[in-house]
Design a protein around this ligand. Structure first.
Ligand code: GDP
Length: 480
C-alpha cells in the first residue's frame, strides 16, 4: 500500500533538514472530528490562548511561568492551505459569530519559546518548539476502510446501510434510481452524474441536523475539498451482479472508485496522516443525542472507524507508517459549556462509552489515549434560579438568532438563563429508544461570549472549559 520509497523519502527529508539545521524541532498535531464537531473553534482558541497568555491553570508550562512567547510562523508545507486564524479570531472576538467551519485540510505553525523545567534540558535544547497544527475533516478518515474493499463490496455495503431504519426514507430516491439502472448498460457520463448526485444528496441528508448520522463514506462526497466535479469524485454504488462488459457503466464506476483510492485516499493518508505525532479527535455527542438513538449508534460506528486509522500494528491498512508515530490521542467531547459543570463527568462518560469499543478493539500499545469533556470556547456561564422552594442550576448565555425555547424565538442579542439538557446517568440509555419521547434532550446554540476588557483596554483571552487540560495532555510533556 505505502511503498518503501514513500516512507524512506519522508524519513530522509526530515533527517536531512534536521542535520542542516533547517528544521526546528516540531511536533505535528492532527485536529479532526466530523463536520461541525468544533475543529475550527478549537484550533482558534488553542492559538489565541497561547499567544495571549490565557488563563490555563492546568497547563503546567504556562502556570509555572516558563512560557516566554508564542507566535505564528510560516508553515513548512507550501502546498497545503493555511488555517485562516486571523479571520476566525476576528469573527469570534469582534463580530461574536462562530467562524467558518473546516471544509478541507489546512495547516498552521505555532512556535513556542519556553524555559525548560530541568537544568539538563535547558542545557541541551534551545527552549523553542514548533507545533504544526493540521486541521482536516474526520469524514476523510472514514475512507480508510475503502482501501481494503473492491468496488462491488463497497456497493453492496452502501446499499445495505441505506436500508437501515434511520436512512431508508432518505435513500429512497437514490435506491429507486439505482434499481432501474442497468450496470451493464453503456458507460454514460450523464447517468453516472445523476447517480452520483442522487447518492451524495442522500449522504448529505443523513448529515442534516435532525438526523445527525455520521458513517457516510466516501468522505469527499460530503467534504470534497478541491476535487469537486473530478471523475474520481463522480461515481456511485451500483447493484452487484451482472455480466460486467468492458465498456459498461459498471466498468466505468469501478475505474473511478479505484481512481478515488489511488488519487484521493492514499495520498491523503501518506502525506498527512502518516506524519502526525499527536492527534485530537473532537466529538459532538450533544448533536447526536439531540437526534436520537440511531444517531448515537451511528456516531459510535464512525468513531470506531476513525480511531482504527490511528491504530498501530498488524491489521491496520497503514501499518508501518502510523505505527511509528502517533503516541498520544485525545478524544474530546466538545461544547461542554452547553451543560452545567455537574454534568461534565457524565458527558465524558458518554463519550468514553462511545469510544470504548474502538479503544478495546484497537491495540493502542505505545500510544496513550485519553477522553475528556471540554469547551474550547465557553459561551455560557452558570447560575441558579429559584422555582418555588427549589434552586435549580441554569446556564446563562445569548442564544443564537432563530433558536427557540418553549416557543420563544431568540434575536441573538438577548441574554437568557436556560435549563441545560439533562444527560442520562447511565450512558447505555442513550442507545435505547427513550421511554419518554416527549422530553427529548435539547440543546440550544449560543453566540460566542462577549470578551471583557481590562482598565487598560486589553481584551482578555477567550474563556474555555478544560482547554488547558487538553493542551497539557497534547503538548505539555514537550515543554517540560
Ligand atoms: P468544524 O466543522 O469541526 O470546524 O466545526 P466548528 O469549529 O466550525 O464548530 C461548529 C459549530 O459548533 C460552531 O459554529 C459553534 O456553533 C459550535 N461550537 C464549536 N465549538 C464550540 C464550543 O467550544 N462552545 C460552543 N458553545 N459552541 C461550539
Amino acid at each position: 500500500l505505502t511503498t518503501f520509497s514513500d516512507e524512506a523519502r519522508i524519513a530522509l527529508d526530515t533527517l536531512a533538514g534536521r542535520a542542516a539545521g533547517l528544521v526546528s524541532p516540531s511536533l505535528r498535531l492532527g485536529v479532526t472530528g466530523l463536520s461541525r464537531a468544533g475543529k475550527t473553534v478549537f484550533i482558534t482558541a488553542f492559538i489565541h490562548n497561547l499567544i495571549h497568555g490565557g488563563r490555563l491553570p492546568l497547563f503546567e508550562a504556562q502556570k509555572s511561568g516558563r512560557l516566554s512567547r508564542a507566535y505564528l510562523e510560516q508553515q513548512p508545507d507550501d502546498a497545503v492551505p493555511r488555517f485562516q486564524y486571523e479571520d476566525h479570531i476576528a469573527a469570534l472576538v469582534e463580530s461574536r459569530i462562530w467562524p467558518e467551519s473546516t471544509r478541507a485540510i489546512s495547516e498552521l505553525r505555532l512556535t513556542v519559546e519556553f524555559e525548560s523545567a530541568s537544568a539538563w534540558n535547558r542545557l541541551l535544547s534551545r527552549g523553542r518548539l514548533s507545533f504544526d497544527i493540521v486541521d482536516y475533516p474526520g469524514e476523510w478518515l472514514l475512507d480508510l476502510p475503502l482501501l481494503g474493499k473492491s468496488y462491488d463490496e463497497f456497493s453492496a455495503e452502501a446499499l445495505e446501510l441505506a436500508t437501515l431504519p434511520g436512512r431508508a426514507d432518505l435513500s429512497a430516491d437514490w435506491r429507486a434510481l439505482t434499481g432501474e439502472t442497468d450496470p451493464d448498460g453503456a458507460a454514460d457520463e450523464m447517468i453516472a452524474r445523476k447517480l452520483f448526485e442522487a447518492f451524495s444528496a442522500y449522504l448529505k441528508a443523513c448529515k442534516a441536523d435532525h438526523r445527525a448520522l455520521s458513517t457516510l463514506p466516501p468522505g469527499r462526497f460530503l467534504m470534497p475539498g478541491d476535487l469537486e466535479g473530478s471523475p474520481a469524485l463522480t461515481f456511485a454504488p451500483l447493484r452487484p451482479g451482472g455480466k460486467r462488459r468492458a465498456n459498461s457503466l459498471h466498468a466505468m464506476m469501478e475505474r473511478r472508485f479505484e481512481a478515488y483510492k489511488t488519487h484521493v485516499i492514499r495520498p491523503f493518508f501518506r502525506e498527512h496522516i502518516a506524519r502526525l505525532d499527536r492527534q485530537i479527535l473532537l466529538v459532538d455527542a450533544m448533536q447526536a443525542m439531540n437526534a436520537g438513538p440511531e444517531a448515537v449508534a451511528d456516531l459510535e460506528r464512525s468513531l470506531t472507524e476513525i480511531l482504527s486509522c490511528f491504530r498501530p500494528g498488524r491489521g491496520n491498512l497503514l501499518t508501518g507508517l502510523v505505527a511509528r508515530r502517533i503516541d498520544r490521542i485525545l478524544i474530546a467531547a466538545t461544547k461542554a459549556d452547553h451543560i452545567h459543570h455537574e454534568s461534565h463527568d457524565r458527558l465524558q462518560a458518554i463519550v468514553r462509552r462511545l469510544a470504548d469499543r474502538a479503544i478495546a478493539r484497537a491495540d493502542f500499545s505505545g500510544a496513550s489515549v485519553e477522553v475528556q469533556a471540554m469547551a474550547a470556547v465557553r459561551a455560557t456561564r452558570e447560575g441558579t434560579v429559584r422555582q418555588g422552594k427549589e434552586t435549580l442550576p441554569v446556564i446563562i448565555g445569548t442564544p443564537m438568532a432563530g433558536e427557540t425555547i418553549a416557543g420563544d424565538v431568540f434575536d441573538g442579542e438577548t441574554e437568557t438563563a436556560v435549563f441545560p439538557g439533562d444527560l442520562p446517568e447511565k450512558p447505555g440509555l442513550l442507545f435505547q429508544e427513550r421511554s419518554t419521547p416527549e422530553t427529548p434532550i435539547r440543546f440550544v446554540r449560543f453566540r460566542p461570549p462577549k470578551l471583557e476588557r481590562t482598565a487598560e483596554g486589553v481584551t482578555l483571552s477567550l474563556p474555555h472549559i478544560r482547554l488547558d487540560r487538553a493542551l497539557q495532555f497534547l503538548i505539555g510533556d514537550h515543554l517540560a
